[in-house]
Design a protein around this ligand. Structure first.
Ligand code: MG
Length: 372
């Protein structure tokens, strides 16, 4: 049973602004949870909702309210020893608010890992000791600047480069990068839903660059449009924003809306919906990888644990702390080997990292504690 849930909002400055089709981001308001159980354990987790609803409907503020007013009360007095049951419990009378639910649900998985004296990765069924890391690069005005950045990422070891694209900022950028890096480097693009069905010709034009995927070209609800587009493209479509739960994966498979799924536990409500989505991916032959949401090192710990599951073979957005933040809130900070892998702390209990409580205290914008 849980004793308390502490909510803290911190602000971390990004090293450099990040531009995608849905806006520019310069810093990150981050909602952290510290969940205490009655048997004396503490789990930290992170809600991946952003400051504005530009990427997903939830925000830091909506998640805060949802957790305090509706979700925390649902866990009052109930056992959370079986974390696979927590998502269903949190969905009793509460629709949506997946990111708020995920922050609580995933903390319960960490608590259970600690209770069993095992790593979160092992508890989830993870076996991979190191997982490959990909990186996403924001939209640049100048193709040559982008090509230079890509080369720097390749020199750092990243196993896959993903370029953000938008209408009018696509073919030229991709052409410049492909020419600069040669035909063999794994390149992908991500449109964050910026195109419409009428843009099929532009998207077909990307086929010649040998991309490993085109991520979310159309609106998140347009699975039929994605299916029509996929039928015209050689390049696999990867769905990201569309993948809000296991049922969406099934729809994607039935319709043929794509061949790859970007798995983000925050967007799906936690690990249990993800595990059930992965079963469907496996049955339907859909590839999967773990996406990122500019998490701090706490959110990253959950994503690394998830990425250690044997089903994940494609590189995840698991950049080391130093890529985005001057200083992370965990120690050790997440690092990447020179050949582009992150080590999974399979042999350490729980998340496998220490949360830097002092640093967090110094970054707090607001805090609230809920006793259960
Ligand atoms: Mg994406």
């Amino acid at each position: 049973m849980l004793e308390s849930i502490s909510l803290r909002e911190i602000r971390l400055a990004l090293k450099e602004p990040f531009v995608a089709s849905h806006g520019v981001q310069e810093s990150r308001r981050i909602l952290l949870l510290e969940v205490r159980s009655r048997d004396g354990l503490t789990a930290w987790s992170e809600c991946v909702a952003q400051e504005t609803p530009g990427y997903a409907p939830e925000t830091v503020d909506s998640a805060w309210d949802a957790i305090r007013d509706w979700l925390a009360p649902l866990l009052q007095g109930s056992s959370v020893d079986d974390p696979s049951a927590v998502y269903a419990q949190l969905s009793t009378h509460v629709r949506g608010h997946a990111m708020a639910k995920a922050a609580l649900e995933m903390a319960c998985w960490d608590l259970e890992a600690q209770r069993r004296g095992t790593s979160l990765a092992s508890l989830l069924g993870g076996t991979q000791r190191r997982v490959p890391v990909g990186v996403a690069l924001g939209i640049q005005d100048d193709p040559q600047t982008l090509a230079r950045k890509v080369k720097r990422c390749l020199a750092d070891g990243y196993r896959r480069i993903k370029l953000k694209i938008a209408r009018g900022a696509d073919q030229k950028l991709v052409a410049a990068v492909r020419e600069a890096v040669g035909p063999d480097v794994p390149l992908a693009v991500d449109a964050n839903g910026a195109y419409t069905r009428g843009d099929a010709a532009v998207l077909r034009g990307l086929d010649r660059f040998g991309l490993s995927m085109i991520e979310q070209p159309l609106h998140e609800d347009d699975l039929v449009g994605h299916a029509d587009l996929q039928a015209e493209l050689t390049t696999p479509i990867c769905l990201d924003e569309s993948i809000t739960g296991p049922e969406r994966v099934e729809t994607m498979i039935r319709l043929g809306s794509g061949r790859i799924a970007n798995i983000k536990p925050g967007r799906m409500g936690g690990f249990q919906p993800v595990l059930s989505a992965l079963e469907r991916c496996a049955a339907g032959g859909v590839g999967a990888w773990v996406g990122g949401m500019f998490e701090s090192g706490i959110g990253r710990a959950y994503n690394v644990a998830l990425a250690s599951l044997p089903y994940f073979s494609l590189p995840g957005d698991l950049s080391p702390s130093g890529r985005y933040w001057e200083e992370d809130v965990v120690s050790p900070a997440w690092t990447m080997s020179s050949d582009g892998f992150v080590e999974v702390p399979l042999d350490r209990i729980g998340l496998g990292i220490e949360v830097d409580r002092d640093r967090i205290e110094g970054l707090i914008q607001r805090a609230e504690s809920i006793r259960l």
